[in-house]
Design a protein around this ligand. Structure first.
Ligand code: PEP
Ligand code: MG
Length: 568
């Protein structure tokens, strides 16, 4: 039988299923008379949870990387958050037992995160569930199943794979991971990719459809799960696994190499990150800098506005880790699909066309100024550049620049160091930016094309609406012309143009981007070597010859077909 899910971590795993059963965490909620003693019992559980989690994170830091350990450490921050603590104490004070008070708070956070509809925020639900289970098993005195005991050749099959479960995994024993929940950007997917374990997520009811010990093939590149394969299927996937491993090993030759086209044109290959700790990951994967630091995570992982100091430390840390390499930091890109409860954004009928990103920031100097001040202060420690999201007008760029000048004057009078020539660029990701990039280029030190949004705003498609999802494609001639317009305008104005949307790592699109003259590619750290390889296969002339033909085509289907016929 073959089942389909989301291809979340590439590679092919073949092995025996280990079904990870749900732990029994049922209990009877009691009314509490001695609130003081119950609060002490709760605090003891928090201490134990903190010790266990911190040990897991330390182990993870050694076996995987600092970035991944940070996800687990985030659980300690959540459970020790002062708001969480005081609410639990209040609930226990009202007579709830510690287990019930904990669950009330976890339910509240889960409901809050789920309601946003944004995948990045919704993945916090998995973290909350991880905390709930970890804390309950301590409070109830029941041990969690030790996933680290799985024998060699195991394919883990589980409803929801939590980050702390992954921390227990003995990488060498696990062939693949299959789950019923989670998306491409869920923490479990990020961690599976970091461990380079093939993973297929969101396979409906898979824990019911497979039995312990069944032979399973999990194709983390294609997204299928085959249970009890026949000989032909096994041979086919054995071959595919071999080719995958060979291709992966061959990529290693690109470590430490310059990013150059086949005819020697040097390009820049940077990475997209979400947290300062990810900066290590950039270096580990041989990225040449950061092309997009999404600062939303600093705001989303907090229950109140992060202070200027907190932000300064985060930006400084990224800059210091990357030494002289460029670090493009995007100012708060909030609203649309990214909601932050404490910022008090009201419900809007069309949030993607509403009060968000630079629009919100310019109307809230109390939020924007501390961020810009933190960025300027951190610019004394590395090559930080500021990027403004969702720009549609020249006025927006002028207003941001005016605010930066105001802050520079403040810092001068306070005697605080910063880079006086800090570069301020625009994210080109709206239809307006695609039509008047020449005007925006006059106000920008660089452009970075955000194809994720540019595709949506060009095609008028809400990515969450499956009925119109067929229109959402960067291969559409309308999107390709927008991209070409932006790169051409940037070149004419003499400013560098990068791309930080997902299209920058698409091997089919790379020849077009080379032909248009894109200067910088910003991709996820794990895509660096594959992108460097694709770039190395094309000469500018060959890429231009292909682009000339592709740009005459009329539909995205024709475009994709021609690009696939010419893939190297
Ligand atoms: C984009 O829109 O392409 C982009 C890189 O930004 P985000 O995905 O964070 O909106
Ligand atoms: Mg965007």
């Amino acid at each position: 039988m073959t089942y389909e899910g989301i291809a979340a971590s590439s590679g092919i795993g073949i092995g025996k299923a280990v079904i990870v059963k749900e732990q029994d965490l049922s209990y009877e909620a009691k009314k509490i008379d001695d609130a003081g003693a119950e609060i002490e019992r709760y605090k003891g559980a928090v201490d134990r949870f903190t010790a266990i989690t911190s040990a897991k994170a330390d182990k993870f830091e050694k076996s995987v990387s600092a970035k991944e350990a940070e996800i687990i450490r985030g659980h300690i921050m959540m459970i020790t958050d002062p708001f969480m603590q005081s609410e639990i104490e209040r609930l226990i004070g009202e007579g709830e037992c510690a287990e019930k008070a904990l669950e009330t708070m976890c339910d509240m956070y889960s409901a809050m995160f789920s309601s946003t509809g944004d995948e990045l925020t919704m993945q916090r639900v998995t973290d909350i569930e991880d905390i709930r289970k970890g804390m309950l098993s301590i409070l109830l005195g029941r041990a969690e199943m030790d996933i680290g005991e799985c024998p060699a050749g195991s394919v883990i099959v589980v409803k929801d794979l939590t980050p702390s479960m992954i921390a227990e995994i003995q990488k060498e024993n696990i062939e693949a991971i299959v789950t019923e929940t989670g998306g491409f950007t869920s923490h479990s997917a990020i961690l599976a990719r970091a461990l380079e374990i093939p993973a297929v997520l969101s396979v409906p009811n898979i824990t019911e459809l497979i039995s312990d010990g069944d032979e399973v093939i999990a194709d983390g590149s294609g997204g299928s799960v085959i249970v009890s394969p026949d000989k032909a299927q096994k041979d086919d996937y054995d071959n595919r696994r071999r080719s995958f491993e060979e291709a992966k090993a061959a990529l290693k030759q690109f470590i430490g190499k310059e990013t150059k086209t086949a005819d020697g044109v040097k390009l820049e290959l940077c990475c997209n990150i979400g947290k300062p700790a990810d900066a290590h990951n950039v270096l580990e994967h041989d990225g040449e800098g950061v092309g997009l630091f999404r600062t939303e995570f600093l705001f989303m992982d907090n229950t109140s506005l992060p202070s200027e100091e907190e932000q300064f430390e985060a930006y400084r840390k990224a800059a210091v880790t990357l030494k002289d390499k460029p670090v493009i930091i995007r100012t708060l890109d909030i609203g649309g699909d990214k909601e932050i409860p404490y910022l008090g954004l009201e419900h809007e009928d069309n949030p993607f066309l509403g009060y968000r990103a630079v629009r919100y920031c310019l109307s809230r100097p109390d939020v924007y100024k501390p961020q810009l001040r933190a960025l300027l202060r951190a610019s004394a420690f590395g090559d930080i550049r500021i990027m403004v999201p969702l720009v549609t007008t020249v006025d927006e760029m002028r207003s941001v620049r005016a605010l930066v000048e105001e802050i520079k004057a403040e810092l001068d009078s306070e005697g605080i160091e910063y880079n006086k020539n800090i570069k301020i660029g625009a994210m080109a990701e709206t239809a307006a930016a695609g039509v008047v990039p020449d005007l925006l280029a006059r106000e920008s030190d660089f452009f970075s094309i955000g194809t994720n949004d540019l595709t949506g705003y060009t095609m008028c498609v809400d990515r969450g609406n499956s009925k119109v999802a067929y229109l959402y494609s960067a291969y559409d001639p309308a999107v390709l012309r927008m991209i070409r317009n932006i790169i051409t305008a940037g070149k004419n104005a003499g400013i560098p143009v990068g791309m930080c949307g997902e299209a920058a790592a698409d091997p089919l699109l790379i020849p077009l981007l080379i032909a248009f003259g894109l200067d910088e590619y910003s991709v996820s750290p794990t895509s660096v070597l594959a992108t460097r390889r694709t770039i190395s296969l094309w000469s500018v002339d060959e890429a231009k010859a292909l682009a000339e033909k592709v740009m005459l085509l009329e539909t995205k289907k024709e475009v994709k077909e021609m690009l696939m016929q010419n893939v190297k």
